[in-house]
Design a protein around this ligand. Structure first.
Ligand code: NIG
Ligand code: FE
Length: 409
């Protein structure tokens, strides 16, 4: 048994606990513990409260000097940080006015990244994931969801998912993998064979037996897969016990309806969602995930976060970090900017990258600071939590703890 260690005092400690999962949140709902402390033991939180009051329950104390705000470690619930190559050319083309079709014809788009990712060895992919994860850690992220989806064959999807599994073992941050073999129809797939059927019958069992993921994602869009095509694929995934998540309503609607029909954990993107989709999602248990990094990368509208919250939905915010639509990858900067454009309270933005993001990944052991949760927390050098979104990602954490261990300073 490790001795209970008290860490603090923190000028402000925001546990992000006790908040409702769904609906709008005003800042008055936030609990702010002044001169707070956390007792950690065995990688978990034993107690959270006023530093002085916690002293009798701790064997050791780690004092924090100066003004600091402490929050749960950030959870990035949607990324594609396993990839080869770069799409800087796509970005330049897009910004000079070239259309999606012109870019695809010039060899750009998702297929370009598929080609680059297939050329990369598993070792190269691991190195890329580790390097990107370290950059995310410096912005306070302690859990990252990572999708496959640039392999698009059984072997290449497996290479990606094995790279994610290997990278997870190399770093202290937790990586949560998702199979996105249904990202687009592979251009080189034989015409006489049904791609999704093959993936479901041949890849799904290997994912299960190899412990490679328990999450299945699909991109429902005109240039990817239709709602009709995805039906049997998701049915098979559900029957095998996988959690479902959907790339929905990014450019055209349709995906959110599928997400609701299959009781997906989350529906991500939703930039094109109209009132109809917003109401449908609000009545369901599906958690919408806004991806402001994709709006910034593509120069498109933001997810209607305000309307989703006002309709009664939960809302998580993730970076979508990927080489095509969201190359920036700074979750805190993007969440803060989404807040500015969508008029979100600090409570809504911060819950979107902590408690609600944990729920959107179905990892309920993190995202809040309370007893029995993982001791994952991030500390900013300021005396006022409002400074964090105000600086739009430029105020960086000076310490990050993961499972009770300080892993960044
Ligand atoms: O979430 N929308 C589809 N997939 C990714 C983009 C992937 C890419 O362009 O490489 C997204 O934005
Ligand atoms: Fe994505």
């Amino acid at each position: 048994m490790s001795k209970p260690l008290l860490i603090g005092p923190f000028t402000q400690l925001l546990p992000m606990s006790g908040l409702p999962l769904k609906g709008a949140l005003s800042d008055e709902r936030l609990i702010i513990v002044e001169d707070g402390g956390i007792i950690v033991s065995e990688g978990k939180i034993k107690a959270v409260g006023v530093f002085e009051d916690l002293k009798p329950d701790a064997t050791d104390i780690q004092y924090i000097e100066g003004n600091h705000v402490c929050l749960p470690g950030f959870v990035d619930a949607h990324t594609h940080i396993c990839f080869g190559g770069s799409r800087a050319r796509d970005y330049a083309y897009r910004n000079s006015g070239k259309t999606y079709l012109e870019i695809a014809k010039a060899g750009g788009g998702i297929w370009d990244t598929v080609t680059q990712t297939r050329k990369a060895s598993q070792k190269n992919l691991v190195e890329g994931i580790v390097a990107r994860s370290k950059a995310h850690l410096q912005n306070g992220t302690t859990t990252i969801e990572v999708k496959s989806g640039y392999g698009l064959s059984i072997d290449e999807e497996l290479k990606m998912l094995r790279a994610i599994q290997e990278a997870d073992k190399k770093i202290k941050i937790d990586l949560i993998s998702t199979c996105l073999a249904a990202h687009m129809k592979p251009k080189d797939w034989p015409e006489d064979k049904n791609y999704l059927e093959t993936i479901a019958s041949q890849l799904f069992p290997i994912l299960k037996s190899g412990g490679l993921t328990n999450r299945i994602d699909a991109f429902i869009e005109e240039n990817a897969f239709s709602a009709k095509e995805i039906g049997p694929y998701f049915q098979k995934a559900k029957a095998m016990g996988f959690d479902i998540t959907v790339h929905a309503d990014q450019f055209t609607t349709g995906g959110s309806k599928v997400a609701v029909a299959f009781n997906a954990i989350s529906a991500d993107h939703l930039e094109a969602s109209t009132e109809k989709e917003i109401q449908l999602l609000a009545k369901s248990d599906v958690i919408p995930i806004a991806l402001p990094g994709a709006s910034l990368g593509l120069g498109c509208d933001f997810t209607p976060a305000r309307r989703l919250l006002d309709a009664g939905s939960a809302l998580a915010i993730a970076s979508d970090h990927n080489p095509g639509s969201a190359p920036m990858g700074n979750l805190l900067a993007q969440a803060s900017i989404l807040g500015t454009f969508e008029k979100l309270s600090n409570a809504e933005v911060l819950a979107g990258i902590t408690s609600r993001a944990g729920a959107a990944l179905n990892v309920l052991d993190r995202g809040t600071l309370e007893a029995y949760k993982l001791a994952d927390f991030v500390v900013f050098p300021t005396n006022n939590y409002q400074e964090i979104t105000y600086h739009q990602g430029q105020l960086r954490p000076n310490m990050v703890w993961k499972k009770g261990e300080k892993i960044y300073e």
